[in-house]
Structure formats: C-alpha cells, structure tokens
Design a protein around this ligand. Sequence first.
Ligand code: MN
Length: 310
Amino acid sequence: MSGLDAVGGGPVAELFASRQVPLGGIRGMRVDRLLPHRSLPTVGGWCFLDRFGPQRVDMRVLPHPHTGLQTVTWPLRGEVRHRDSLGNDVLVRPAQLNLMTAGHGVSHSELSTGDAPLLHALQLWLALPAGREGIAPGFEQHTELPTYEGGGLRATVLAGALGEARSPATVHTPLVGADLELAAGTAASLPLRADFEHALLVVDGEVSVAGTTVAAGPLLYLGTGRDALAVSAAANARAVLLGGEPFAGELVMWWNFVGRSHEEIAAARADWEDGDRFGEVAGHGGERVPAPGLPGVRLRPRGRRSWAEG
Ligand code: MN
C-alpha cells in the first residue's frame, strides 16, 4: 500500500517531479508546477505550488479572477506589483508575505517592475475549507514574520506555526509554511506536528532531510506522523516546508478557481466572462485574461492515487 492511499498513513519520503507550464500568455514565462500533482492534490490546505525563475523576465499577468482559495506570494528575488479589485496596489518584495483571500471572488494583476528584472518566486494557494469557501475577499501584507532558529537553520514562518513561532497571516485550516535558510554545516531538527502531513521543496542548493538528499526541483513528500524533522546541509541552501492537517473533502480545481463541484466552477467562469462578481482591477484599461473554455467533460475532484495507477 502506498503512503498516500491512507491519509495519516505515517511517514514516507517520496519525490514528486515538477512539470513545466506556460504562464501569462504569449510573452509569458514558464513555471515549474509542483502542486497539484496528479497523485498528490494537496499537502494540508496547500493546493497549488509554482516556482518560477530565477530568470530575467517581464512578468505580465493581467487581471484574472480567483475563488475558494487564498494566494500566498513569496518572492525570493525581485519584486512584483500587485493590484486587485479591492483597491490594493502594492509592491511584493522578498521577505514580505502577501496573502490574498479570494473567497467568493476577487481579481488581481501581477506585473514585474523595471526592464526584465531577475525574478525568483513561489506562488502558493491555500484551499479554503468547506463552509468558508465563499467568505469575503481580503488582502494582507506582512512585513514582520516570526522566525525559528537552531542548528544553523533560520526558518521564517509565512503561515501557520512552526513550534512556538506563529505567523500573523489569517489562515483557515491548521497548517505551516516556512522558508528555511540553511547555512553551510547546518544540522537542525524542526519541530513538527505529527498529525500534519508535510512536504519540502528545495529552492537553492542541496538539503538532506529524512535520510534523502534533495536538490532544487522536485517536491519531497514526507507523509504524516513526524514530530521532528532532521535537516542538514553541507553548503548554503534554501528550502520551503509546507504542511497541515490533511485536507478534508475533495476539491474541484480548474483554471484559477477552487470549488467543490462542476456547477460552482462553471458559474464562476460565467461570472468572470459576464458579471460584476470579481470587481475590476484599476489601471489596465479593461485589459484582462479571458477564461479558457470549459472542457467537454464534467470537472471532477482530484483524488489521491497510488503509485501503481500513477
Ligand atoms: Mn492569481
């Protein structure tokens, strides 16, 4: 039996490869998508994880809608201008957490500043739990985040809690998201919650974790049942730890929407194409990303599959 067949099935250490997807139209960039993976739709409430860069690129993502989720934008290098239908117009910089709650519906744009700057960033989504998927939209920027330090490692807690270090960001399920900076020679033990499942993505260098040495690229899924995680690095490295209570219920994810049914997603799409549900992002002269056509089949929830089905 694979570790993923039974949520709460205990510790595992399995690598999930990323896939490259285009983002932002013809002038767009390629991103590495880690979540959702066909065999791993979520890690806790984390339902989406893209890594882009480091590359010199004009990022130009025009106004587009979201529902049922929170976006967490975490630049590692470079800055991005965020504008949304709530009237926010901010620069998103490294070491600052930007959390947009879509809930019932919000729209936003993301553009790089300057001429083809060097960008390296993570884009994450948190699925809102049943009963809260339609809450009012909101936006938070946090410039002061708590840290956990020990054994050469410095963890910045973006969301949720790591040990006693708790992020001020508003989240709706028990979880953790932390940026781990490992100095050369790090040998540390991270405090984990055994009822959480966890995964780790190396973004720079190499990290040894749970007996596996991982370089930048794949997502290392660690399963549940760990109350500590030994991490070490011979040279400077950086990684992101994600975890949370295994997400209850199934999600239907399509384009920029997270929902529970085909009908919900189809309604969100129709409302983006024609309606005022998602407001307007000022400063784009009405330019926006049109919704793609729905597939000819009913959208279905993503489930967890065994390796064999793959
Ligand atoms: Mn977006």
